[in-house]
Design a binder for this molecule. Structure first.
Ligand SMILES: Cc1ncc(COP(=O)(O)O)c(C=O)c1O
Length: 390
């Protein structure tokens, strides 16, 4: 039995996998089992932002794996403390809770928002407002928060207390608010929903409304954070701050890690015993995240991400004129979407044949989330391939 046969026979049939087995990676390049080379414009869905097997990441893993891997959160470890300090120093936040995935980080954020308002004075705020087309994960609370029906199918009854409103529509938010709402969760740039950015004025108004009503604003930066959008966190583009932010994906460059960051005020919603995670912030993943964060947060690195993102979008936009199947090119930094007026999946397949890994979302949109170390030359090669395919 080969790898594909074994996978298809023994693993749950929950992923529509492309029949390719990858065996090795270096930088922005992946190799399949036949030795064919690919340029990776997906980075494991916005995860391996420093590319595959980055020497500093590999060195950190090797060193920490031979020093200390796990002791539990019954004790203290230095990598976890150092990472939390650095995340706080580089963000709006005062405190960090470590988890293992994006869904788990969002689950923590939802729990924190509810518990923050669960006071002895009889406060009855518990509802969370989220956006249509959003994606927040696959656990029960996060799939309930998610604004896409296909993710929820077959899982009724969903959790009580979630309201979905159209994205970028401030009146919809005003209409949804009442004294049962505790928080608003949203992605500054919707990723799975089609790479759709929040309108700057809208986001400012959301912040103002949350302040006025005393609500917690949660930014899900699981996909947009860690430099993906050209700033360390995408909300910096908009110059506003959330009360709570979630991270995962690129946080430890491929090792599973999530985090919830919060202001001191919001963090008071949790007390000893109110939340926990066995694997959250192990010395191994925390040391890797510390290395990744030290590299990604350098102003020069982020500046280059912005420049390459701009260049990428310009190159894709320049195709619009000759290729009328292209409806829209959008995104921030190196999270780029190209909406087509044809199905996107066949384009993904053709790209793979030509040695480029890209991704299709929402049926008709190509998503590009390359390692942030991608070069302009690699972008040029993909654009040439796309030309011949389109
Ligand atoms: C914005 C956003 N939130 C949450 C998640 C869920 O993350 P995970 O798959 O690590 O649970 C994702 C995953 O794609 C995401 O894009």
């Amino acid at each position: 039995m080969n790898t594909i046969e074994k996978t298809d026979q023994y693993i749950f049939n929950t992923y529509g996998r492309i029949k390719k087995v990858f065996v090795k990676g270096e930088g922005s390049t992946l190799w399949d089992e036949d030795g064919k080379k690919y340029t990776d414009f997906l980075a494991g869905i916005a995860v391996c932002s420093l590319g595959h097997c980055h020497p500093s990441i590999t060195e950190t893993i090797t060193h920490q794996a031979s020093t200390l891997i796990h002791v539990s959160n019954l004790y203290y470890t230095q990598p976890q403390a150092d990472l939390a300090k650095m995340l706080v120093e580089k963000s709006f936040a005062d405190r960090v809770f470590f988890a293992n995935s994006g869904a788990e980080a969002n689950e923590a954020a939802i729990k924190l928002a509810r518990r923050y308002f669960n006071r002895d004075d009889g406060n009855k705020r518990y509802k969370i407002i989220s956006m249509k087309q959003s994606f927040h994960g696959r656990t029960m609370a996060t799939l309930t928060a998610t604004g896409q029906d296909k993710i929820k199918y077959g899982f009724n009854p969903l959790l009580d207390g979630f309201i979905h409103i159209p994205f970028n529509d401030i009146n919809a938010l005003k209409d949804a608010l009442d004294d049962t709402v505790c928080g608003v969760i949203m992605e500054p740039v919707q990723g799975e929903g089609g790479v759709v950015a929040a309108d700057p004025q809208y986001l400012k108004s959301v912040r103002e409304l949350c302040d006025k009503e005393g609500l917690l604003l949660i930014f899900d930066e699981v996909q947009t954070g860690m430099g993906r959008c050209g700033r360390l966190f995408a909300h910096e583009i908009y110059d506003i701050k959330p009360d709570i932010m979630t991270l995962a994906k690129a946080l430890a460059n491929g090792l599973p890690m999530g985090a919830m960051l919060a202001t001191e005020k919001a963090a008071q919603g949790f007390t000893i015993g109110s939340h926990a995670s066995t694997f959250g912030g192990t010395p191994l993943v925390a040391s890797v995240a510390l290395t990744a964060l030290s590299i990604i947060s350098k102003p020069q690195f982020l500046q280059e991400c912005r420049e390459k993102g701009q260049y990428f979008r310009e190159r894709l936009n320049s195709l619009k004129h000759n290729y009328t199947v292209i409806k829209d090119v959008r995104g921030e930094g190196l999270l780029v979407g190209m909406e087509l007026n044809i199905e996107a999946a066949p384009i993904v397949e053709k790209c793979l044949e030509k040695g480029f890994i890209i991704n299709a979302i929402q049926g008709n949109t190509l998503r590009f989330a390359p390692p942030l170390i991608i070069t302009k030359g690699e972008i040029d090669s993909l654009v040439e391939a796309l030309k011949s395919i389109l």
